[in-house]
Structures are given as structure tokens and as C-alpha cells.
Design a protein around this ligand. Sequence first.
Ligand code: PXP
Length: 242
Amino acid sequence: MIELGVNIDHVATLRQARRGVAPDVVAAAKICEIAGAHQITVHLREDRRHIQDADVYALKQTLLVRMNLEMAAAPEIIAIARDIKPDSVCLVPEKREEITTEGGLDVAGQADKLAGVVADMHENGIKVSMFIDPEPAQIEASATIGADYVELHTGAYANARGKVVEEELTRLRDSAKRIGRTPLRCHAGHGLTVRNLTPVARIPELREVNIGHDIIARAVFVGLDTAVREILDILEAADRTR
Ligand code: PXP
């Protein structure tokens, strides 16, 4: 079964709209846990637009499932990760002007720097994932610097229309095969929804998906518990046919 990490950043987006205390991020995480999520994912952005430092500390204190911290490889955030010690960190590129994480991390282009971050996190007992575009050079570089996981950026697949959808799926499948020949574990995320998840979830090497926006958006209408269970049902059904 593919494991589900629920990204709850946008619960904090809603809270930050009024800079108050509702909706409560820890309560959201607990509902996801009860619904069967395997992990809670949060992105502590340098501009703190949604998740705040206090959220990450509160989640660390209260989570029963694994905690995955998405972050830029920036000294300030690395120091927080060392202090909090989440189960894993997922290194992502970050631009202040972007609405969401637009592309994958260029691991091949900054291998020396990222190898240092991987070693640092490992010394602190934290697993490391690289959020990368589905490209051979990025997979090979992630394996070379000793990352534990790679998370394939599924944004291009999610945004594709017409025959490009199949092309993007092929890139994801080929990348997953390549990852299967390395010690890396294959994860995927970004832009996945109840409508586009099934073909990705059928990729045999895939072990984890991280899904945020679609779950929180549907939760507004159907409730968070149902929104998480909908995704878990899709993962289970896909697992039976892969
Ligand atoms: N994985 C990573 C590395 C991300 O940066 C994000 C967005 O924060 C997600 C998964 C979740 O993407 P979405 O909110 O589109 O499901």
C-alpha cells in the first residue's frame, strides 16, 4: 500500500487570513491521523506565509504518525529542523514570489552543498527526501549524495492536458523505474487530486504520496475526515491493480 502524507499547510493559510487561532492546525493533523493518514507534512516557508514555527513545534509534540518537514536548504530553516528533529525533511526549491513550489530542486547543480545538508540531517537522525523533477540526472545526483528518498514532482503531470498527460505519466513511470535501481525510495507529490491520482498510484515502485491542496479544498465541502479517506480509498483500489 502506498502511504499517504497529508500536507496541512492550507489549514494554516486559512488561519493566517485573520492571523488568529482558527482553524487549528494540530486539530487538523489529529483528524488526518484518525482518518488513517500515515504522515503529516508541513512546509515551513522562509516567508512564513502559512505554517509558523510554533505549529511545527506543536505538531512534533503531539503527532502519533510521522512528521515530514518540507523546507528550503537555507541555514535558518536547517537550524530549526535540527532542533525539531522531524522524522524526515523534504528539500524543496523556494522562491518568495511563487504561489506554490513551481519546479523540482536542482540536486545535480548543487550536489556538494546538498550532500552537506544530507549529512547534517543524518547526524540528527532525520531522513532526507529530494523534491525533484522526473529527470535521470536529478535521480542519479540524489542517489550519489546519499538521500534516502526522492519525491517526484507531479505538477507537470497534474497541469498537462490532452496527449501530454500520457507523456508526463511516461516520464514519471520511467523515473520510478530508475529510482528502483538505486537505494532511494520513490515518493511523489504536487497537484495530485481525487481525479488524477489513480494512474500515478499504479506506478509499482511508488511508496508514498504527499497531497495537500486537494484534500484541504475538498474538506471545506465534505469534511477533512472524508477528504482523507477518499484519497486512501483511491490508493487502496490502485494498489489492487498494480
Ligand atoms: N510535495 C511537496 C514537496 C510540496 O512542496 C507540496 C506543496 O507544498 C506538496 C507535495 C503538496 O502539493 P499539493 O498541495 O499540490 O497537493
